[in-house]
Design a protein around this ligand. Structure first.
Ligand SMILES: Cc1cc2nc3c(=O)[nH]c(=O)nc-3n(C[C@H](O)[C@H](O)[C@H](O)COP(=O)(O)OP(=O)(O)OC[C@H]3O[C@@H](n4cnc5c(N)ncnc54)[C@H](O)[C@@H]3O)c2cc1C
Ligand SMILES: NC(=O)c1ccc[n+]([C@@H]2O[C@H](COP(=O)([O-])OP(=O)(O)OC[C@H]3O[C@@H](n4cnc5c(N)ncnc54)[C@H](OP(=O)(O)O)[C@@H]3O)[C@@H](O)[C@H]2O)c1
Length: 546
């Protein structure tokens, strides 16, 4: 009897940054290497993942996560970005290590680390991923907890911290360019345009980036990863604090270039305080040691970025190379895409709120939002990638009604949805809930949305201004006011989307939706919760929150 050859097992996760051809070739290579045809036991997937990561660039490509399904999720109650870390850890207490590691993360499944939270946790627990500092939204709090948990792994010694890469590694196999943080494409910064008018308390920018030098495209709902550079003024201040020459050579770059492009100058890492403790004595040494252990001897630990940490110990002169090794690598940030490639091919738009705040007479800068909203100049080359949305997309059926709830920068993907549906002449009705502080100065894309409304493309446009009157009016208040209509749209199969602040807004919107289902859908509170849960499970309620 003729037997078909057994299918080649898949060692390469779907999310790995390879083309189908590369994936097939790699799977074939691994199958051959591990002697699968001869019945030899294959390497376990973490081993394969490690090998793969080593083949490419251990510092840049996430290894294959081990798929641990230990039945310990129990609804994963700790998977909630609105919950502070200590509470999440309490909920995960007593669970297997990967679950506790997952609870330590910021729980946004934002993908900035190259995984979702569960896969990152599984990969760490399986030791196929050794970088404990990848969680951008979780920051120092998360990496500290991960360090603590990592020591529970049998036989595991704490991996050396992933220091900033001093020169790009040459991958043996090049992942598809611009499809993951592992191999970004080089695009051109085109322009920024302020979206707030005079009188606003916010600084939000419409950003355009030219993709024509890349072969990148995207679909609406995707996010866009940007590798920023640090503010040159901050870099110079760090150089001055250690009295180091900007042109000090670090491999093939200067110290200034490495500080600007490869190191995070945000929260001072514990290891920087360790380094400082070796360079000082007496009380200063004791203080640095305490800070390195997460202590707060002067009550200012939370405000210590790299510059503030160095200035706290005036006169220390770490060797520039040692300083670089003591810093965290500068990580990319992702932004919801606010354009449709169908309408503006070769270009991508973002809607970026610039993070600036004052601590101790110095304005602190969100590194990427102020890079896009201030430092980058037209014509500058920037490293970027498209991060595919996992569960955030327009309905397949163009006739399906959609309800979009996006206050502030949360409106970004919905501008993209509206452009896409306009260009594709999708007949399904569109309803946008937008809210911000003040109508006169914070109504982003007012002309566009008003024109869409007048033309009927936006069947409904519901607006909520939180600082125009005595009472806060938020998007969920408008939803409640129009509750019977929201329910009618849902009955007609509408998909509902929410984007923006994960900590408060998204939760409040879900509560409002649940209340609407109960009140207008004639359900008990428990039935309404189940109904909303089913909307989520069937992809009819999707969130892109951060
Ligand atoms: C999927 C996804 C989509 C996103 N889409 C968008 C988008 O469309 N538009 C957008 O603007 N952002 C978006 N973000 C957020 C974005 O990725 C960045 O997190 C944001 O721009 C801040 O990054 P940054 O590098 O400028 O700031 P960072 O350098 O990372 O600094 C931010 C940190 O500064 C601290 N901080 C901020 N304000 C204060 C304060 N007042 N006091 C003390 N500390 C403070 C906080 O610790 C905060 O985490 C998105 C995030 C995700 C995950
Ligand atoms: N990681 C970061 O550093 C970073 C950077 C940028 C944005 N973000 C997050 O993304 C969010 C979006 O920022 P943004 O500038 O676009 O807008 P925003 O600050 O969220 O504000 C948008 C509107 O939402 C209102 N709002 C506040 N609380 C709300 C709630 N519980 N429910 C509904 N609406 C609420 C605000 O009102 P009031 O302010 O008047 O109360 C404002 O009118 C931020 O809140 C922040 O959490 C984070």
């Amino acid at each position: 009897m003729n037997m078909a050859p057994p299918p080649i097992p898949s060692f390469i996760p779907e999310s790995a940054p390879f083309t189908p051809e590369q994936r097939t070739w790699l799977n074939g290579l691994f199958a051959g290497l591990f002697g699968l045809q001869d019945g030899v036991t294959p390497l376990s997937s973490p081993d394969a993942g490690t090998l793969l990561a080593g083949l490419i660039d251990g510092a840049a490509v996430p290894a294959e996560p081990e798929q641990i399904d230990d039945g310990a999720d129990d609804g994963a109650p700790w998977h909630d970005p609105a919950m502070p870390l200590p509470e999440r850890m309490k909920l995960a207490d007593g669970r297997p290590l990967p679950r506790r590691m997952m609870a330590a993360m910021a729980q946004q499944d934002c993908g900035q680390c190259g995984y979702n939270c569960k896969d990152y946790a599984n990969a760490l627990a399986a030791k196929s991923e050794k970088r404990l500092n990848l969680c951008v939204p979780g920051g120092k709090e998360t990496s500290r907890m991960l360090k603590q948990l990592y020591t529970e792994i049998d036989g595991a010694t704490l991996p050396a911290p992933a220091a900033p890469p001093l020169q790009p590694a040459a991958p043996a196999i090049t992942p598809a360019t611009g499809r993951s943080r592992a191999n970004p494409a080089v695009a051109t910064f085109l322009s920024r345009q302020r979206l707030n008018k005079e009188g606003s308390e916010k600084e939000t920018w419409h950003i355009d980036i030219d993709l024509s030098s890349t072969d990148l495209d995207y679909v609406v709902g995707d996010s866009f990863g940007v590798f920023p550079s640090n503010d040159p003024v901050l870099v110079d201040a760090v150089l001055a604090a250690i009295d180091a020459p900007p042109d000090f050579p670090i491999l093939d770059r200067t110290l200034r270039e490495v500080l600007a492009g490869s190191t995070s100058l945000s929260p001072a890492p514990d290891i920087l305080f360790d380094l400082i403790s070796y360079l000082t004595g007496g009380d200063r040494r004791a203080k640095a040691k305490l800070l390195a252990k997460g202590g707060d001897p002067d009550g200012d630990a939370a405000s210590l970025d790299v510059l503030a940490a160095l200035q706290k110990f005036p006169g220390i002169r770490p060797d520039p190379e040692a300083l670089i090794e003591a810093l965290e690598p500068l990580q990319p940030r992702v932004y919801s895409i606010s354009s449709s490639h169908r309408c503006t091919p070769g270009r991508v738009s973002l809607t970026v709120d610039a993070v600036r705040y004052d601590i101790a007479e110095r304005t602190r800068l969100g590194v990427c939002s102020t890079f896009l909203g201030g430092c980058a100049a037209p014509g500058d080359k920037i490293k970027v990638y498209v991060q595919k949305a996992q569960h955030f997309a327009l309905p397949e059926n163009p006739e399906t009604p959609i309800i979009m709830i996006g206050p502030g920068t949360g409106v970004a993907p919905f501008r993209a949805f509206l452009h896409e549906r306009q260009a594709s002449k999708a007949p399904g009705p569109n309803w946008l809930f937008f809210g911000h502080q003040r109508k006169d100065c914070d109504f982003f894309y007012e002309d566009e949305f008003s024109a869409m409304h007048a033309a009927g493309h936006l069947a409904r446009l519901s607006l909520a201004w939180s600082r125009d009157g005595n009472d806060k009016v938020y998007v969920q208040h408008r939803m409640r006011q129009d509750g019977s209509e929201v329910w009618a749209w849902l009955k007609h199969g509408a998909h509902i989307y929410v984007c923006g602040d994960a900590l408060r807004m998204a939760k409040d919107v879900e509560t409002a939706l649940t209340d609407i289902v109960a009140e207008h859908g004639g359900r008990t509170p428990a039935e309404a919760v189940r109904f909303v849960g089913e909307l989520k499970a069937t992809g009819r309620y999707q969130a892109d929150v951060y």
